[in-house]
Ligand binder design. Structure first.
Ligand SMILES: *Cc1c(COP(=O)(O)O)cnc(C)c1O
Length: 328
Protein backbone atom coordinates (compact mmCIF):
# COMPACT_ATOMS: atom_id res chain seq x y z
CA UNK A 1 0.00 0.00 0.00
CA UNK A 2 1.56 3.27 -1.01
CA UNK A 3 -1.51 5.40 -0.32
CA UNK A 4 -3.75 5.72 2.67
CA UNK A 5 -7.23 6.99 1.78
CA UNK A 6 -8.01 10.41 3.23
CA UNK A 7 -11.23 8.90 4.62
CA UNK A 8 -9.16 6.67 6.94
CA UNK A 9 -7.36 9.70 8.36
CA UNK A 10 -10.65 11.57 8.78
CA UNK A 11 -12.09 8.53 10.57
CA UNK A 12 -9.06 8.52 12.88
CA UNK A 13 -9.61 12.18 13.60
CA UNK A 14 -13.20 11.49 14.70
CA UNK A 15 -12.13 8.45 16.74
CA UNK A 16 -9.51 10.29 18.78
CA UNK A 17 -11.28 13.67 18.99
CA UNK A 18 -11.45 15.01 22.53
CA UNK A 19 -8.75 12.61 23.70
CA UNK A 20 -5.82 14.35 22.05
CA UNK A 21 -4.90 18.02 21.88
CA UNK A 22 -5.45 19.98 18.66
CA UNK A 23 -1.99 21.46 19.11
CA UNK A 24 -1.24 25.11 18.31
CA UNK A 25 0.33 26.18 15.04
CA UNK A 26 2.39 29.23 15.96
CA UNK A 27 4.26 31.74 13.83
CA UNK A 28 8.03 31.91 14.34
CA UNK A 29 9.30 35.46 13.72
CA UNK A 30 12.98 34.46 13.90
CA UNK A 31 12.73 31.53 11.49
CA UNK A 32 10.48 33.52 9.15
CA UNK A 33 13.01 36.33 9.00
CA UNK A 34 15.86 33.92 8.49
CA UNK A 35 14.14 31.97 5.70
CA UNK A 36 12.34 34.84 3.98
CA UNK A 37 8.98 33.00 4.09
CA UNK A 38 6.39 32.65 6.86
CA UNK A 39 7.45 29.76 9.11
CA UNK A 40 5.12 28.14 11.62
CA UNK A 41 5.73 25.56 14.34
CA UNK A 42 3.27 22.70 14.96
CA UNK A 43 3.62 22.10 18.68
CA UNK A 44 3.27 18.33 19.13
CA UNK A 45 5.84 18.66 21.91
CA UNK A 46 2.84 19.92 23.89
CA UNK A 47 0.69 16.91 23.01
CA UNK A 48 -0.67 14.52 25.67
CA UNK A 49 2.23 12.16 26.65
CA UNK A 50 4.69 14.70 25.18
CA UNK A 51 4.62 13.56 21.55
CA UNK A 52 2.30 12.98 18.57
CA UNK A 53 2.52 9.20 19.17
CA UNK A 54 -0.67 9.25 21.24
CA UNK A 55 -2.65 9.92 18.04
CA UNK A 56 -1.63 6.69 16.33
CA UNK A 57 -1.70 4.64 19.53
CA UNK A 58 -5.23 5.75 20.45
CA UNK A 59 -6.52 5.20 16.92
CA UNK A 60 -4.99 1.71 16.77
CA UNK A 61 -6.11 0.66 20.26
CA UNK A 62 -9.65 1.99 19.72
CA UNK A 63 -9.89 -0.07 16.53
CA UNK A 64 -8.92 -3.43 18.10
CA UNK A 65 -11.53 -6.16 18.70
CA UNK A 66 -13.26 -5.66 22.06
CA UNK A 67 -11.97 -9.01 23.33
CA UNK A 68 -8.34 -7.81 23.15
CA UNK A 69 -6.83 -8.02 26.65
CA UNK A 70 -3.12 -7.30 26.46
CA UNK A 71 -0.87 -5.28 24.15
CA UNK A 72 2.82 -5.46 23.38
CA UNK A 73 5.01 -2.97 21.59
CA UNK A 74 8.64 -2.22 20.88
CA UNK A 75 9.46 1.39 21.51
CA UNK A 76 12.29 3.91 21.58
CA UNK A 77 10.27 5.54 24.37
CA UNK A 78 7.49 7.73 23.08
CA UNK A 79 5.35 5.04 21.43
CA UNK A 80 5.56 3.04 24.66
CA UNK A 81 4.43 6.02 26.67
CA UNK A 82 1.57 6.70 24.25
CA UNK A 83 0.52 3.06 24.21
CA UNK A 84 0.63 2.84 27.99
CA UNK A 85 -1.68 5.86 28.14
CA UNK A 86 -4.04 4.45 25.47
CA UNK A 87 -4.13 0.99 27.09
CA UNK A 88 -4.96 2.46 30.49
CA UNK A 89 -7.74 4.52 28.91
CA UNK A 90 -9.47 1.40 27.57
CA UNK A 91 -8.54 -0.91 30.46
CA UNK A 92 -6.04 -3.13 28.64
CA UNK A 93 -2.72 -4.43 29.93
CA UNK A 94 0.43 -3.29 28.08
CA UNK A 95 3.98 -4.62 27.92
CA UNK A 96 6.54 -2.29 26.34
CA UNK A 97 9.83 -3.75 25.14
CA UNK A 98 12.70 -1.30 24.95
CA UNK A 99 16.41 -1.57 24.21
CA UNK A 100 19.18 -0.37 26.51
CA UNK A 101 19.52 2.74 24.32
CA UNK A 102 16.18 4.10 25.52
CA UNK A 103 16.79 6.92 28.05
CA UNK A 104 15.89 6.17 31.68
CA UNK A 105 13.44 9.06 32.04
CA UNK A 106 11.37 7.62 29.18
CA UNK A 107 11.29 4.16 30.80
CA UNK A 108 10.13 5.71 34.08
CA UNK A 109 7.36 7.64 32.34
CA UNK A 110 6.04 4.41 30.75
CA UNK A 111 6.05 2.60 34.10
CA UNK A 112 4.32 5.53 35.77
CA UNK A 113 1.39 5.05 33.38
CA UNK A 114 0.97 1.47 34.60
CA UNK A 115 2.60 -0.47 31.75
CA UNK A 116 5.18 -3.19 32.26
CA UNK A 117 8.60 -2.48 30.70
CA UNK A 118 11.03 -5.14 29.53
CA UNK A 119 14.56 -4.18 28.59
CA UNK A 120 15.55 -6.37 25.66
CA UNK A 121 18.93 -6.08 23.97
CA UNK A 122 20.77 -3.20 22.37
CA UNK A 123 18.50 -2.20 19.52
CA UNK A 124 14.90 -1.67 18.50
CA UNK A 125 15.19 -4.88 16.48
CA UNK A 126 16.10 -6.81 19.64
CA UNK A 127 13.10 -5.26 21.39
CA UNK A 128 10.86 -6.20 18.46
CA UNK A 129 12.03 -9.83 18.75
CA UNK A 130 10.77 -9.91 22.33
CA UNK A 131 7.44 -8.47 21.15
CA UNK A 132 7.18 -11.16 18.47
CA UNK A 133 7.80 -13.79 21.16
CA UNK A 134 5.08 -12.35 23.41
CA UNK A 135 2.65 -12.44 20.50
CA UNK A 136 3.60 -16.02 19.55
CA UNK A 137 3.84 -17.57 23.00
CA UNK A 138 1.55 -15.50 25.20
CA UNK A 139 -1.09 -14.34 22.75
CA UNK A 140 -0.53 -10.60 23.18
CA UNK A 141 -1.61 -8.19 20.44
CA UNK A 142 1.23 -6.11 19.06
CA UNK A 143 0.86 -2.46 18.07
CA UNK A 144 3.62 -1.30 15.75
CA UNK A 145 5.11 2.12 16.45
CA UNK A 146 4.76 3.02 12.74
CA UNK A 147 4.05 0.17 10.31
CA UNK A 148 0.31 -0.13 10.85
CA UNK A 149 -2.44 1.59 8.81
CA UNK A 150 -4.32 2.67 11.97
CA UNK A 151 -1.16 4.14 13.49
CA UNK A 152 -0.32 5.94 10.23
CA UNK A 153 -3.87 7.28 9.97
CA UNK A 154 -3.69 8.53 13.56
CA UNK A 155 -0.41 10.35 12.90
CA UNK A 156 -2.00 11.73 9.73
CA UNK A 157 -4.36 13.79 11.88
CA UNK A 158 -1.36 16.10 12.44
CA UNK A 159 -1.54 16.81 8.71
CA UNK A 160 -5.30 17.46 8.81
CA UNK A 161 -4.81 20.02 11.57
CA UNK A 162 -1.96 21.73 9.70
CA UNK A 163 -4.03 22.06 6.53
CA UNK A 164 -7.08 23.23 8.47
CA UNK A 165 -5.07 25.94 10.23
CA UNK A 166 -2.88 26.96 7.24
CA UNK A 167 -4.58 26.05 3.94
CA UNK A 168 -1.85 27.81 1.92
CA UNK A 169 0.97 25.62 3.33
CA UNK A 170 3.72 24.89 0.75
CA UNK A 171 6.30 22.95 2.74
CA UNK A 172 6.15 20.71 5.81
CA UNK A 173 9.27 19.47 7.60
CA UNK A 174 8.65 16.22 9.47
CA UNK A 175 11.00 14.26 11.75
CA UNK A 176 11.49 10.83 10.15
CA UNK A 177 12.29 7.45 11.70
CA UNK A 178 10.04 4.50 10.84
CA UNK A 179 7.94 6.88 8.78
CA UNK A 180 4.51 6.63 10.40
CA UNK A 181 4.35 10.35 11.06
CA UNK A 182 5.74 11.38 7.67
CA UNK A 183 3.51 8.93 5.77
CA UNK A 184 0.38 10.02 7.58
CA UNK A 185 1.09 13.73 7.32
CA UNK A 186 2.02 13.45 3.64
CA UNK A 187 -1.08 11.37 2.83
CA UNK A 188 -3.36 13.86 4.60
CA UNK A 189 -1.84 16.96 3.03
CA UNK A 190 -1.12 15.74 -0.51
CA UNK A 191 -4.63 14.34 -0.90
CA UNK A 192 -5.95 17.87 -0.54
CA UNK A 193 -3.02 20.02 -1.61
CA UNK A 194 -0.85 18.12 -4.10
CA UNK A 195 1.44 21.13 -4.63
CA UNK A 196 2.72 21.02 -1.05
CA UNK A 197 6.17 19.50 -0.43
CA UNK A 198 6.83 17.18 2.50
CA UNK A 199 10.45 16.71 3.56
CA UNK A 200 11.61 14.16 6.11
CA UNK A 201 14.45 14.99 8.51
CA UNK A 202 16.60 12.35 10.23
CA UNK A 203 19.98 12.24 11.95
CA UNK A 204 23.24 11.22 10.26
CA UNK A 205 23.85 8.57 12.92
CA UNK A 206 21.71 5.56 12.02
CA UNK A 207 19.00 6.81 9.62
CA UNK A 208 17.34 3.55 8.57
CA UNK A 209 14.67 5.01 6.26
CA UNK A 210 17.21 7.16 4.43
CA UNK A 211 19.51 4.17 3.90
CA UNK A 212 16.57 2.06 2.74
CA UNK A 213 15.43 4.68 0.22
CA UNK A 214 18.98 4.82 -1.18
CA UNK A 215 19.12 1.02 -1.38
CA UNK A 216 15.66 0.77 -2.96
CA UNK A 217 14.46 -1.67 -0.29
CA UNK A 218 14.37 -1.87 3.52
CA UNK A 219 17.88 -2.40 4.91
CA UNK A 220 19.29 -2.68 8.41
CA UNK A 221 21.57 0.00 9.79
CA UNK A 222 23.53 -0.11 13.00
CA UNK A 223 21.67 1.73 15.77
CA UNK A 224 23.93 4.41 17.26
CA UNK A 225 23.63 6.74 20.20
CA UNK A 226 22.33 10.11 19.09
CA UNK A 227 20.69 13.20 20.54
CA UNK A 228 17.74 12.23 18.33
CA UNK A 229 17.15 8.99 20.27
CA UNK A 230 13.46 8.97 19.32
CA UNK A 231 14.47 8.62 15.66
CA UNK A 232 16.62 5.50 16.22
CA UNK A 233 15.79 1.95 15.16
CA UNK A 234 15.13 0.11 11.92
CA UNK A 235 12.12 0.21 9.63
CA UNK A 236 11.79 -3.60 9.63
CA UNK A 237 13.13 -5.74 6.79
CA UNK A 238 9.56 -6.89 6.23
CA UNK A 239 8.19 -3.33 6.18
CA UNK A 240 4.66 -3.41 4.77
CA UNK A 241 3.42 0.17 4.60
CA UNK A 242 5.68 3.07 5.51
CA UNK A 243 8.60 2.35 3.17
CA UNK A 244 6.33 2.43 0.11
CA UNK A 245 4.44 5.48 1.39
CA UNK A 246 7.56 7.47 2.25
CA UNK A 247 9.07 6.54 -1.13
CA UNK A 248 6.06 7.72 -3.09
CA UNK A 249 4.93 10.69 -0.96
CA UNK A 250 8.04 12.43 0.40
CA UNK A 251 9.83 14.98 -1.76
CA UNK A 252 13.18 14.64 -0.02
CA UNK A 253 14.94 13.44 3.12
CA UNK A 254 17.77 15.40 4.74
CA UNK A 255 20.16 14.38 7.53
CA UNK A 256 21.54 16.38 10.45
CA UNK A 257 24.77 16.13 12.42
CA UNK A 258 24.68 15.94 16.22
CA UNK A 259 25.80 19.59 16.44
CA UNK A 260 22.93 20.64 14.16
CA UNK A 261 20.44 18.72 16.32
CA UNK A 262 21.83 20.39 19.47
CA UNK A 263 21.54 23.81 17.81
CA UNK A 264 17.89 23.10 17.04
CA UNK A 265 17.08 22.20 20.65
CA UNK A 266 18.80 25.40 21.76
CA UNK A 267 17.00 27.55 19.18
CA UNK A 268 13.63 26.06 20.14
CA UNK A 269 14.20 27.01 23.77
CA UNK A 270 15.96 30.34 23.47
CA UNK A 271 14.12 31.81 20.47
CA UNK A 272 10.75 30.04 20.53
CA UNK A 273 10.27 29.23 24.21
CA UNK A 274 9.66 25.56 23.42
CA UNK A 275 11.16 22.49 25.02
CA UNK A 276 11.86 19.85 22.38
CA UNK A 277 13.81 16.62 22.46
CA UNK A 278 16.61 16.15 19.90
CA UNK A 279 14.52 14.21 17.39
CA UNK A 280 11.58 16.53 17.91
CA UNK A 281 13.48 19.61 16.77
CA UNK A 282 15.22 18.35 13.63
CA UNK A 283 12.95 20.39 11.33
CA UNK A 284 14.28 23.57 12.93
CA UNK A 285 17.80 22.16 12.58
CA UNK A 286 17.30 21.61 8.84
CA UNK A 287 16.27 25.27 8.38
CA UNK A 288 19.09 26.64 10.57
CA UNK A 289 21.66 24.53 8.70
CA UNK A 290 20.34 25.70 5.33
CA UNK A 291 19.68 22.10 4.28
CA UNK A 292 16.19 22.99 3.07
CA UNK A 293 15.32 26.14 1.11
CA UNK A 294 11.63 26.95 1.67
CA UNK A 295 9.78 28.73 -1.13
CA UNK A 296 6.47 29.46 0.60
CA UNK A 297 4.54 29.12 3.87
CA UNK A 298 6.41 26.49 5.84
CA UNK A 299 5.44 24.32 8.80
CA UNK A 300 7.97 22.66 11.08
CA UNK A 301 6.52 19.77 13.07
CA UNK A 302 8.02 19.79 16.59
CA UNK A 303 7.20 16.14 17.20
CA UNK A 304 8.10 15.67 20.84
CA UNK A 305 9.33 17.26 24.03
CA UNK A 306 10.37 14.30 26.16
CA UNK A 307 13.96 15.29 26.81
CA UNK A 308 15.94 14.44 29.90
CA UNK A 309 15.97 17.69 31.92
CA UNK A 310 19.70 17.66 32.70
CA UNK A 311 20.60 16.93 29.06
CA UNK A 312 18.31 19.77 28.03
CA UNK A 313 20.00 22.19 30.41
CA UNK A 314 23.36 21.20 28.92
CA UNK A 315 22.15 21.66 25.36
CA UNK A 316 20.63 25.07 25.92
CA UNK A 317 23.74 26.20 27.77
CA UNK A 318 22.11 27.01 31.09
CA UNK A 319 24.79 25.03 32.88
CA UNK A 320 28.22 24.07 31.57
CA UNK A 321 28.56 20.49 30.31
CA UNK A 322 29.82 18.05 32.94
CA UNK A 323 33.57 18.59 33.41
CA UNK A 324 35.77 16.00 31.74
CA UNK A 325 37.80 13.77 34.01
CA UNK A 326 41.09 15.37 34.95
CA UNK A 327 44.10 13.75 33.35
CA UNK A 328 46.42 12.86 36.21
C1 LIG B 1 8.58 8.31 16.97
C2 LIG B 1 8.99 9.71 16.86
C3 LIG B 1 9.35 10.28 15.62
C4 LIG B 1 9.45 9.47 14.36
O1 LIG B 1 8.20 8.97 13.95
P1 LIG B 1 8.10 7.81 12.87
O2 LIG B 1 6.67 7.63 12.67
O3 LIG B 1 8.77 6.59 13.46
O4 LIG B 1 8.85 8.27 11.67
C5 LIG B 1 9.66 11.63 15.58
N1 LIG B 1 9.64 12.38 16.70
C6 LIG B 1 9.29 11.88 17.89
C7 LIG B 1 9.30 12.79 19.07
C8 LIG B 1 8.95 10.54 18.03
O5 LIG B 1 8.62 10.04 19.22
Amino acid sequence: MSQLPLAEIEAASRRIAGRVVHTPLVHSPTLSQRCGVPVYLKLENRQTTGSFKIRGALNAVSSLPAKTRALAAASSGNHGRALAHAAAAVGMRAIVCASRLVPAHKIEAIRALGAEVRIAGRSQDDAQEEVDRLVREEGLTSVSPFDDPFVIAGQGTVGLEILGDLPQVELVLVPLSGGGLASGVAAAIKAQRPSACIIGVSMERGAAMYASLKAGAPVEVEELETLADCLGGGIGLGNRHTFAMVKSLLDDVVLLSEAEIGAAVRHAFVEEGEIVEGGGGVGIGALLAGKVAPHGPTVVVLSGGNVDPSLHRQLVGAVPAAPREQAS
